[in-house]
Design a protein around this ligand. Sequence first.
Ligand code: SF4
Ligand code: SF4
Length: 438
Amino acid sequence: MSAVKKRKEKFQKELEFSRREFLGGAGILAASAALVNLKGMRGEARAANEITAQLPERYGSAHINYVPATEKNLGTTRIVGPIKQRRQAEDGFFRAVSGEFGEQSARNYFFHFVNKHPLSHALFKTLGHMAADNVVGGEPAPEKLPIPDPERMSRHIKELGFFLRADDVGIGVMQHHASYSERFLAHPTPEGKIDISTPVEDNSHHKYVIAVLIDQDLRTMLGSTGYDGISASQSFRSYATSGFIAVIMADYIRMLGYNARAHHAENYNMILAPNLIAAGMGEHSRACDCVMHPRLGYRTKAAVVSTDLPLVPDTPIDFGGMEFCRRCKKCAEECPSKALSFETEQSEYNGYMCWPGDMAKCTLFRINNPQGVSCGRCMKVCPWNNKEDSFIHSGGLQLAGRVPGADGLLKDVDDMLGYGTEQIEEFKWWLDWPEMYK
Ligand code: SF4
Ligand code: SF4
């Protein structure tokens, strides 16, 4: 029997299991709760998330509540103290580059890491060609296009994102506290590193961010361990594609006479997570700065455009993701460097409540990974990321967002069915180049 056929049969059995055992018990409860919730939900004011253009299945089967941002919360993320603007040099990879984790790790960042695999090297290099300040930004055309209807413009901008092949596009109010105070510029030299921090340009007149998400590809992820040869390519394929879209979008907006600046992995002025949340792209996950999308999990990479173009912003969302993380902990269990928190309760990190991880451990593993190139094991195993287009996953998502206590059960079901940790050989299309990992 072919492996694909086996896989099909396995899936069929799971489906039968899910119908008989799963929906037979908790599903009845969920259905009743869903009906009650649905009644309540429909009366809520429609947010821009609903009235602007979007993929028909934008949020998949997840049940969404809209959560207006206040001083005390950004979506489901609680804000408990002053949020300090960060220097980019404080981020994990830049700490490694500047030698904080030893000379070998600084060297590996430049000469091994992404550059170990020919494909991630090519993607990284290509994104680098789009990184110059005069590519991500520039002066707008002298004459502004009149925009009498910002809602129509918002719809148009989202359609543009989808036309350019984004997997989701959202618009948010720009979170200025998430802008870096300084950017880190580093150039590789055989002797070590050059550390130049430079002030970021003033984007305080940019009122909105347009967030562009690219899926890292379910099939590829299912064929991978999460930390083998394809991992950095999955990241950089999505960084490069979202960067490509953001650069074009920003240039287009400048041609309309408005200020716009693309921010992508090779030239950011800001931390993306708060801006993604503001744009209705998901909730903070246990993997701290990673934002979980209701349909794609955090199997995504993003770029954003900051702009003063008149738009109507989306609203942050609650799909039960953060609550699910409270019990799940699967990413922490599977992380090869044990970088993620096992705590049930969140703690404060720079004014936010989250699950702060040990980013030094994560960075060191990704840079020096002897078995592959970088790592995305946490992303691979997350139950929100391992969705197939099936009845069981749709039912599970409905349960997770609506029924208190269903998260623990769903995580157990996910484990029982072997989701996340499985590695399907037929899906492995890439060459591992193991000789280059040495
Ligand atoms: S990327 Fe890998 S090392 Fe880092 S937190 Fe995720 S699983 Fe752990
Ligand atoms: S694996 Fe579980 S705990 Fe980790 S981010 Fe995903 S849902 Fe949250």
